[in-house]
Design a protein around this ligand. Structure first.
Ligand code: TRP
Length: 363
């Protein structure tokens, strides 16, 4: 039997996913770009261990899918990808990612000016932490794909994260924004709220964003949501309802709730948007429960669930109750440019996590 490669496996998932959410006309392009970004991690046989223990997904698949349900009923497909070098390592993967970025910039009209302003901060000679540079490749029905880069605030060590983020925001013209975020941290002075990603849209439009993510370790829903006060658009009651529907009552002692603040054109220090990411897989027994909760959350926000069912079936045909982690996170986005719900789906290329009672917590 011929060994299936990561590209073949994820390529088939991506074709089905595109079909499931009305993006079939983009499928060839998506499959081609993802294979290009995956590089040597993609051509490898699935029977071999992953080339690099990527933190993109629990089983170290170097790609994770997400489907954004927009308020107008359309869908956006996003792929979160870690570029892996043939001889992988933090510095080698960073070089592979930068080479991939050059190829993307040849193909698409990317604006890298913001990235160029801050890259020396986030791309040191000797990167630390679980990743250095991830991409998200974002496809909608119309228009060129969008590319987003995720940088690691802890790339120079945890102790330097605050100053790195402060410097980056001020270089990008968001003067005062860092103080603003600090003033709204759920547990001031605590190391339980940690900056996890600094993300940039490589887009030259008024809606190009800078996003700052925080992981709220061992937080109650109320603690995580107190950061929502930092955004004009955050409707705390909706955020609370969403968190309870997807994650249960908390406290969230396993994988952390994550929040992000979106900064747009720098007319004020205040963030313009807020999102909350619930790592649903850590708070359910299995994916049947995770899907059920996700359905309910979508319905309560007025989103039709048919595309969700199709998207889940595009990624796997296994019985949902026989694994956990297919639905990795579910997030709620508030404020411009696009409010809505996003569901993160694991490729499970290497492994399916078995259901676990422990994940549900004490109850
Ligand atoms: N796999 C990592 C985690 O779950 C990183 C990650 C991938 C992530 N997609 C995400 C984190 C979406 C938050 C939201 O933490």
């Amino acid at each position: 039997m011929r060994a299936v490669s990561v590209n073949e496996y994820t390529g088939a998932q991506l074709r089905r996913l595109c079909l499931a959410i009305g993006l079939e006309h983009r499928a060839d392009e998506v499959v081609e770009v993802v294979a290009d970004l995956l590089g040597p991690a993609g051509t490898r046989g699935l029977a071999e261990p992953p080339l690099w223990r990527s933190d993109v997904a629990d089983d170290h698949s170097p790609v994770e899918y997400s489907v954004a349900f927009e308020e107008d009923g359309s869908h956006t497909l996003r792929m979160l990808i870690e570029c892996v070098a043939a001889a992988p390592g933090p510095r080698q993967n960073m070089a592979a990612a930068l080479a991939a970025l050059d190829r993307l910039a040849e193909r698409y009209p990317l604006a890298t000016d913001k990235f160029d302003e801050v890259r020396d901060l986030f791309l040191p000679e000797d990167p630390q932490g679980v990743f250095t540079l991830w991409f998200s490749f974002v496809v909608r029905s119309e228009g060129p794909p969008m590319v987003k880069v995720y940088l690691n605030p802890e790339v120079r060590g945890q102790a330097k994260a605050d100053s790195l983020v402060r410097t980056a925001l001020s270089r990008l013209g968001f003067t005062g924004s860092f103080d603003w975020v600090l003033a709204h941290q759920p547990r001031p002075g605590s190391t339980l709220d940690r900056f996890s990603f600094f993300a940039l849209d490589l887009e030259d439009t008024a809606s190009a964003r800078v996003k700052l993510y925080q992981s709220h370790f061992a937080a109650t829903a109320a603690e995580a949501q107190s950061a929502a006060g930092a955004a004009d658009a955050a409707d705390t009651a909706r955020v609370a309802e969403f968190t309870a529907l997807v994650g249960g009552p908390g406290p969230f002692l396993r994988r952390p709730l994550v929040s992000s603040h979106t900064f747009l054109a720098s007319d004020s220090a205040r963030p313009k948007g807020y999102s909350l990411y619930v790592p649903v897989r850590d708070y359910v027994r299995d994916d049947a429960v995770a899907l059920d909760r996700t359905r309910r959350a979508l319905r309560s926000f007025g989103v039709d669930t048919a595309a969700l069912e199709r998207a889940v079936r595009a990624v796997t045909d296994r019985p949902l109750a026989e694994g956990v982690g297919l639905l990795a996170h579910v997030s709620l986005r508030m404020g411009p440019p696009r409010p809505g719900v996003t569901v993160y789906l694991s490729a499970e290329a290497y492994e399916v996590n078995r259901p676990s009672r422990a994940r549900v917590g004490a109850a």
